[in-house]
Ligand binder design. Structure first.
Ligand code: NAD
Ligand code: LMR
Length: 328
């Protein structure tokens, strides 16, 4: 029996993500938590003739406790999205506290749950989550994931213009680093099957993957950022994690993790100087079972991209850690 909880379930990501979870045969019970509208969203989804039993909770009447108790997987898209002209780091002021509050609840009511953090800035909210769990004495690095799957999905989609493949999801492209601008590094040299990118198209392709989020923010013109593609990506990661946790082998997904706590991660942390980094991670029954090191086999251009990513990431990570260790 699998109980999933979506925290921020009434939002632009939360609603379609909850729909995908409700439709999934992998989930038996689905709890929706938000500060608004969850009774309505839950009532709506409850008419769908799928397996998951659904319930909606608000903060009143111990709602967080009831939503989280017994959870196996918590997915967090709670928090404000960008408007044109903003960076993801501009969201820190508000979202840092929101994520910390939700993680405190998880630490208290379902400390053994998988935790998938979608809320931005991911490069900082994941360290906030880790430090909060550490303070509560329940941090398990194998169970905390920053969701960077949308970058992978974008890389697969945008390279299709070059490959001409009918189904873009069949091209596997590791995307490493973090989740904002230059910290996002697609490794097209490691694509499977191999992809030949014409030199005159490479820089634009990398830029589009790194700044795909801005494309959507601009097109939505003040009405928020990516929601539907993010719900797809968040569910894709959750589904693969659940399959791996049920014993399916060979599932590897890039995700932003605390490297020193994962098999194979220590060496990558030493090489990059970053404790948190997105790398392809082998998923298994206990969660993040093995971090694979993609750094040894990169092109000169990718090396430069990785250096720029590391520079940006260090400050983002430190900001998250400090927020918990030395509260403002
Ligand atoms: P949204 O404003 O539509 O929804 C956010 C929801 O969070 C709202 O329903 C709000 O009521 C809820 N919320 C706020 N505070 C809460 C709290 N304390 N507890 C529970 N719920 C709370 O925003 P959105 O478009 O769904 O985006 C959500 C977040 O996801 C943003 O921070 C955005 O930047 C981020 N995001 C991340 C990725 C990624 O790739 N990781 C992609 C897209 C968006
Ligand atoms: C994205 O990549 O679409 C998200 O991180 C949302 C954003 O702010 O761009």
């Amino acid at each position: 029996m699998v109980k999933a909880v979506v925290l921020g379930a009434s939002g632009g990501i939360g609603q379609p993500l909850s729909l995908l979870c409700k439709a999934s045969p992998l989930i038996d019970e689905l709890a929706l938590y938000d500060v608004v509208n969850t009774p309505g969203v839950a009532a709506d989804l409850s008419h769908i003739s799928s397996i998951a039993k659904i319930s909606g909770y608000l903060p009143k009447d111990d709602g967080m406790k009831h939503a989280l108790t017994g959870a196996d997987i918590c997915i967090i898209p709670a928090g404000i999205p960008r408007k044109p002209g903003m960076t993801r780091d501009d969201l820190f002021k508000i979202n840092a506290g929101i994520v910390q509050g939700l993680i405190k609840g998880i630490a208290e009511f379902c400390p053994n749950s998988f935790i998938l953090v979608i809320s931005n800035p991911v490069n900082s909210t994941v360290p906030i989550a880790a430090e909060t769990l550490k303070q509560a004495g329940v941090f398990n690095p194998k169970k905390l994931f920053g969701v960077t799957t949308l970058d992978v999905v974008r890389a697969e989609t945008f390279v299709q213009d070059i490959t001409g493949e009918r189904d873009p999801s069949k091209t596997v492209i590791p995307v490493i680093g973090g989740h904002s601008g230059e910290t996002i590094v697609p490794l097209f040299s490691q694509a499977k099957p191999t992809v030949e990118i014409p030199q005159d198209k490479y820089d634009d392709l990398v830029h589009r993957v790194q700044f795909g989020g801005d494309e959507v923010v601009k097109a939505k013109d003040g009405a928020g950022s990516a929601t539907l593609s993010m719900a797809y990506a968040g569910f894709r990661f959750a589904e693969r994690l659940l399959k791996a946790s049920k014993g399916e082998s060979g599932i590897v997904e890039p995700t932003f993790v605390y490297l020193p706590g994962i098999d194979g991660g220590d060496a990558i942390a030493k090489e990059t100087g970053c404790d948190y980094f997105s790398v392809p991670v082998e998923l298994g029954q206990s969660g993040a079972e093995k971090a694979t090191n993609p750094l040894g086999n990169v092109t000169e251009k990718e090396k430069q991209l990785i250096e720029a990513a590391i520079k940006g990431l260090k400050g983002n990570i430190e900001k998250g850690v400090e927020f918990v260790k030395n509260p403002p």
